[in-house]
Design a protein around this ligand. Structure first.
Ligand SMILES: *[C@@H]1O[C@H](CO)[C@@H](O)[C@H](O)[C@H]1NC(C)=O
Ligand SMILES: *[C@@H]1O[C@H](CO)[C@@H](O)[C@H](O)[C@H]1NC(C)=O
Ligand SMILES: *[C@@H]1O[C@H](CO)[C@@H](O)[C@H](O)[C@H]1NC(C)=O
Ligand SMILES: *[C@@H]1O[C@H](CO)[C@@H](O)[C@H](O)[C@H]1NC(C)=O
Length: 201
């Protein structure tokens, strides 16, 4: 390629999105870290409400406001799954989540792509299809954080949640080896130490 053209192409590519503040994130022990240095980092930001009910906030205007006037460095796009969400209107809901991801990348902040469901292990194939799509399309961007199941009900970690998360994580990791994945735990993600299923009863 002509060097001038190469320069212009690189320039145009880098001008499209700002890097998120810590670049690539990772996990070290119990800490969320900046991958390059291993130093713990803290993100602060807002979650949007279910995509099928608060579509008016799934846009660049909201992301810009949260970044520039609230000083956030992360936003969460909550893909509503049940009750009129993704399961009923895949294309429309997907477009809303894309809009938030594109805006977060353009603004240089992180975005949690959240499968906002109460019964995700009953929708495992849909979740795999969704996260395959997102990880193929956006897996190269360090802005992305996946959240495979935000609010499990009072269900078993070992027989219900863990197999679900493992299947969805495998689909994500086939396309994206790096970005952080958040996994929900029983009882609306309160029981983070719920390996002992007797706590459920
Ligand atoms: C999730 O499943 C529970 C139990 O099977 C059911 O009662 C509830 O209605 C489901 N939630 C939604 C939002 O469909
Ligand atoms: C994601 O899904 C959309 C809508 O179905 C489709 O147009 C697109 O090709 C898919 N992208 C990838 C990378 O799978
Ligand atoms: C589950 O969550 C409910 C509602 O917050 C709470 O009342 C209950 O104590 C929790 N149960 C367990 C086992 O954490
Ligand atoms: C699980 O918790 C119950 C109730 O606290 C306790 O009796 C039991 O020994 C625990 N089991 C394991 C394997 O830790």
């Amino acid at each position: 390629m002509n060097p001038l053209l190469l320069f212009l192409t690189l320039f145009a590519t880098s001008a499209l999105g700002a890097n998120p503040p810590y670049g690539q994130l990772g996990i070290s022990g119990k800490y969320l870290v900046q991958a390059a240095t291993g130093l713990p980092v803290q993100l602060h930001g807002m979650s949007l409400f279910w995509s099928q009910w608060m579509a008016q906030f799934y846009n660049q205007e909201t992301v810009t406001a949260l970044k520039c006037t609230w000083n956030t460095n992360v936003i969460r796009a909550a893909m509503g799954v049940e009750t009129g969400g993704y399961l009923d209107n895949k294309q429309a809901e997907l477009q809303k989540v894309y809009a938030v991801i594109d805006s977060a990348i353009a603004s240089g902040i992180y975005v949690v792509v959240d499968w906002h469901d109460h019964n995700a292990s009953h929708h495992q194939n849909d979740a795999i299809q969704f996260f395959t799509n997102i990880s193929k399309k956006y897996g190269n961007y360090p802005n992305i954080i996946y959240e495979t199941f935000n609010e499990p009900l009072k269900v078993s970690w070992s027989s219900d949640l863990k197999p679900y998360h493992q299947a969805v994580i495998a689909a994500i990791r086939a396309n994206d080896p790096n970005n952080v994945i958040v996994v929900g735990t029983p009882n609306w993600s309160q029981n983070v130490d719920a390996k002992n299923d007797s706590l459920l009863h």
